[in-house]
Design a protein around this ligand. Structure first.
Ligand SMILES: Nc1ncnc2c1ncn2[C@@H]1O[C@H](COP(=O)(O)OP(=O)(O)OP(=O)(O)O)[C@@H](O)[C@H]1O
Ligand SMILES: [Mg+2]
Length: 243
């Protein structure tokens, strides 16, 4: 059974339909890069997968949980589906360790010592073991984004969703964040990531999903899809972002 199964989802904001029958499946351990023009529905699709947006019709099942069923507990879902955004949203008054511990304490109701152990391991994993006591405003954007990833990983999700997590960073900080994603990839984490980093998509992702006007327009092996686009829409998108 696939880890993510999206079947014919439709999502409108008011009269504007932004997802027009999106279907895709993702196997456990697969890494899919989601690409496409601004407004094509990439973020909306990701937000539907972890229940931040409700669809009008269609079905989404993640890790056996039916996201689109009204009775599904979205808090349970979000413990299994980690999501990281362009903005890090760390709590400014908490240090790195406390930021990463917070959900473990509040959502998992974990004891302080246990939550601290997990937080330290996750912060070390993103290469910031020496920054446990630092506050967000003492960190670079790249470091803050790595803390946001650690915070999400602390919940031990079965899949991670990343929405343009390097887009707000200065170019010299992008690499350190992508390195963390590569490490997660090596460990076999299932990931869906919206990205404009085409080299990363080509080298790390298994699949590329090209969204165009609210639909999945192409979906195939990463290299092949990026090097030999089958549709003129993907061809012109790629020449616009690569030049
Ligand atoms: N909360 C909302 N209310 C109204 N319209 C929305 C809302 N969220 C998204 N939209 C619209 O839905 C469409 C798809 O938006 P979405 O953010 O999913 O695109 P995207 O592919 O992620 O674009 P970008 O590359 O700019 O991030 C856009 O036309 C956007 O204006
Ligand atoms: Mg977006």
């Amino acid at each position: 059974m696939p880890l993510v199964e999206i079947t014919d989802i439709h999502k409108s904001f008011g009269l504007v339909e932004v997802l027009k029958g999106v279907s895709l499946t993702l196997e456990k351990g697969e890494i899919a890069a989601v690409i496409g023009r601004s407004g094509s529905g990439k973020s909306t699709m990701l937000r539907c997968v972890n229940g931040l947006e409700r669809v009008q019709s269609g079905r989404i099942v993640v890790d056996g949980l039916e996201v689109t069923a009204p009775a599904t507990d979205l808090n349970v879902l979000r413990q299994r589906v980690g999501m990281v955004f362009q903005s890090y949203n760390l709590f400014p008054h908490l240090n790195v360790e406390r930021n990463v511990m917070l959900a473990l304490r509040k959502v998992r109701r974990m004891a302080d010592a246990e939550a601290r152990d997990i937080a330290r391991a996750m912060v070390a994993k993103v290469g910031l073991a020496d920054k446990l006591a630092a506050y967000p405003d003492e960190l670079s954007g790249g470091q803050q984004q790595r803390v946001a990833i650690a915070r999400s990983l602390a919940m031990q999700p079965t899949i991670m969703l990343f929405d343009e997590i390097t887009s707000a960073l200065d170019p010299e900080l992008v690499g350190e964040v992508l390195k963390v994603l590569e490490e997660l990839a090596r460990e076999g984490m299932t990931m869906m990531l919206v990205t404009h980093e085409m080299n990363f998509a080509k080298n790390v992702a298994d699949r590329v999903i090209f969204m165009h006007q609210g639909n999945v327009h192409e979906d195939g092996p990463a290299r092949e899809t990026l090097l030999e686009p089958r549709t003129p829409e993907l061809g012109s998108f790629l020449s616009a972002v690569l030049h």
